[in-house]
Design a protein around this ligand. Structure first.
Ligand code: AMP
Length: 422
C-alpha cells in the first residue's frame, strides 16, 4: 500500500505541533490584550464567495469540488474572506469590529521550501474604521506578537498601493484599470522573477519594456520612512500623505523596526491602500512571516461599501521554522530521573510539583537505570534532568543537570520550581 500523502500536504509532527501550540497561545494572549474578539470562520464556503474577486491568482489556488447535491463548494484559502462574509452579513455590529481567528487553510500553491498546500494562519481584522489608526493597530499587534515569540530581528516592510497606482497613472500615463492591475501584479513578483522574465511575461499583456523598467525602478524605492516619504513628495505624488501619517503614528506607538518598500503591493487584488509584510532578517529564505493591509474593496464586493477593512495574517509553519532556527524553543523542560527504583515515589512528588507550575516534564521508566533514563531525556529533547538521588535527598536537595552543557547544580527540595526557573 502506498502510504504517501498528496503533493504539498504533510503531517504536523509532535515537535512542530508543540511550537504551533506556543504560537497559538501567544497569539491568543496578545489579541486579548489588544481587545480583539476570537472567532473561527467556516472551513468551507460556497465557491462564489471565495471567487468574489475572480480572475485573481487566488482563483487558480482554490481547492474546490461539488458536494453530493452538486453544489459548488471551496475550501477556505484564507480566514479573511470568511470573516468579512460574516461581518458583512451582521448589520447590527458597532464599529470598530476587531476580530481574531486561527485555523488551517488550503491553497493549490506550487509546493516548495516553507510553502505548502495545507497550512495554518493566525488572522486579525478591524472592520468599520477607514483611518490609518486601525492599520497601525494591526501592525502594532503583529509586531508585538513576533517580539513575544522571541524573534528579535523581524522588520515591518510597508508599501502603499495608492502610491504605486498614482505613479502608474500619472507618471507612466496608463489609464486602463486592467493594465494598472496587471502592473501591480508584476511588481508583486519582483522577489521571485528577474527583470527580463517580467518584461517578457508582461509584454504579452500589453505592458511595454520601457514601462516595465520604469515601474521596477520605482518599485525599488525603499528605506527609512521619512526618507521615502520625502522622495515621493519631491516626485509630486499626492498619495504619499498616507505613508507620511502612518510614519508618525508608528513612531508614537514606539515601533521602530520599519522600512518603507514600494515593491510591497501584495498579490491579492482586494487590497486597496497601505499594505505590509513582516520578514525575519535572520531567515530571508522564509519569505514573509506575515502579510496584510487595507482591503476596503472586499466588503464593497460583498455589498457593504461603507464598511472599511484592514487586517493581517501570519503563517504558522514559517513562524515555527523561524523560531526553531533562533533556538527559542522551550528551554525549561525537565525530565525527572531517579538513581534507584525505591526513589520512584519521591520522583513522582517532584514531577507533580513541576507539572503544577506548567513546566513541560516527564519521568523516567522504572525498568531503566539512571544512565538509560538520562539518554531518554536527551533523545526526547528535554533541556534538563532533575535527578532524585539518595545522597542529595538526605541533605534536602535534588540535582538539576543541564543536558546541553552537562553542568549540574543542587536545588532545594522545598523550592524546586524556583530552582528550575532561576
Ligand atoms: P497571505 O494570506 O497570502 O497574505 O499570507 C499570509 C502569510 O501566510 C504569509 O506571510 C506566509 O507566512 C503564510 N503563507 C502564505 N502562503 C503559504 C503557503 N503556501 N505555505 C505556508 N505558508 C504560507
Amino acid at each position: 500500500m502506498d502510504l504517501s500523502l498528496p503533493r504539498g500536504i504533510r503531517d504536523i509532527v509532535p515537535e512542530e505541533f508543540e511550537l504551533h501550540q506556543r504560537i497559538r497561545t501567544a497569539f491568543e494572549e496578545v489579541t486579548d490584550a489588544y481587545n480583539f474578539k476570537a472567532m473561527e470562520p467556516a472551513p468551507l464556503e460556497t465557491l462564489s464567495i471565495l471567487r468574489a474577486k475572480s480572475g485573481s491568482q487566488v482563483d487558480e489556488q482554490i481547492y474546490h469540488f461539488q458536494d453530493k447535491a452538486d453544489r459548488d463548494i471551496g475550501l477556505r484559502f484564507d480566514l479573511t474572506v470568511g470573516m468579512t462574509r460574516y461581518v458583512v452579513g451582521k448589520r447590527g455590529m458597532k464599529p470598530p469590529i476587531k476580530l481574531a481567528s486561527y485555523g488551517g487553510v488550503w491553497r493549490y500553491d506550487e509546493p516548495q521550501h516553507a510553502r505548502y498546500r495545507w497550512f495554518y494562519q493566525w488572522d486579525i481584522e478591524v472592520f468599520g474604521d477607514p483611518t490609518i489608526d486601525s492599520d497601525a493597530e494591526v501592525m502594532d499587534l503583529s509586531y508585538s506578537l513576533f517580539k513575544r515569540l522571541g524573534l528579535s530581528e523581524v522588520k515591518l516592510h510597508v508599501g502603499d498601493r495608492r502610491v504605486v497606482e498614482e505613479y502608474i497613472r500619472s507618471v507612466l500615463g496608463v489609464s486602463s484599470d486592467g493594465k494598472v492591475l496587471e502592473m501591480m501584479r508584476a511588481l508583486d513578483k519582483v522577489a521571485k522573477k528577474t527583470e527580463a522574465e517580467l518584461i517578457r511575461e508582461y509584454e504579452a499583456k500589453g505592458v511595454s519594456a520601457a514601462e516595465m523598467k520604469k515601474l521596477l525602478e520605482f518599485g525599488s524605492t525603499r528605506g527609512a520612512p521619512a526618507e521615502v516619504v520625502a522622495k515621493l513628495k519631491d516626485a509630486g505624488l499626492k498619495s504619499a500623505e498616507g505613508l507620511s501619517d502612518l510614519a508618525e503614528i508608528l513612531k508614537l506607538r514606539g515601533i521602530a523596526n520599519v522600512e518603507y518598500d514600494l515593491s510591497i503591493v501584495r498579490g491579492i487584488d482586494y487590497y486597496t491602500a497601505i499594505v505590509f509584510e513582516v520578514k525575519d532578517g535572520a531567515r530571508p529564505d522564509l519569505g514573509s512571516l506575515c502579510g496584510g493591509g487595507r482591503y476596503d474593496a472586499l466588503p464593497r464586493i460583498f455589498g457593504r461599501p461603507e464598511l472599511a477593512a484592514t487586517g493581517a495574517a501570519g503563517g504558522i509553519e514559517r513562524i515555527a521554522l523561524s523560531m526553531s532556527g533562533a533556538g527559542t524553543a522551550e528551554s525549561r523542560s525537565v525530565y525527572v530521573v531517579f538513581t534507584e527504583p525505591a526513589l520512584y515515589g519521591e520522583a513522582l512528588k517532584a514531577l507533580s510539583q513541576v507539572r503544577e507550575a506548567g513546566i513541560r516534564s516527564d519521568i523516567g521508566l522504572r525498568s531503566k537505570g539512571l544512565r538509560k533514563q538520562l539518554e531518554d531525556a536527551s533523545s526526547m529533547g528535554f533541556r534538563s534532568a532533575l535527578i532524585v538521588g539518595k545522597k542529595e535527598l538526605e541533605s534536602g536537595n535534588l540535582l538539576l543537570k543541564d543536558l546541553k552543557t552537562g553542568g549540574e547544580k543542587p536545588i532545594a527540595r522545598g523550592s524546586l520550581v524556583e530552582g528550575i526557573l532561576s
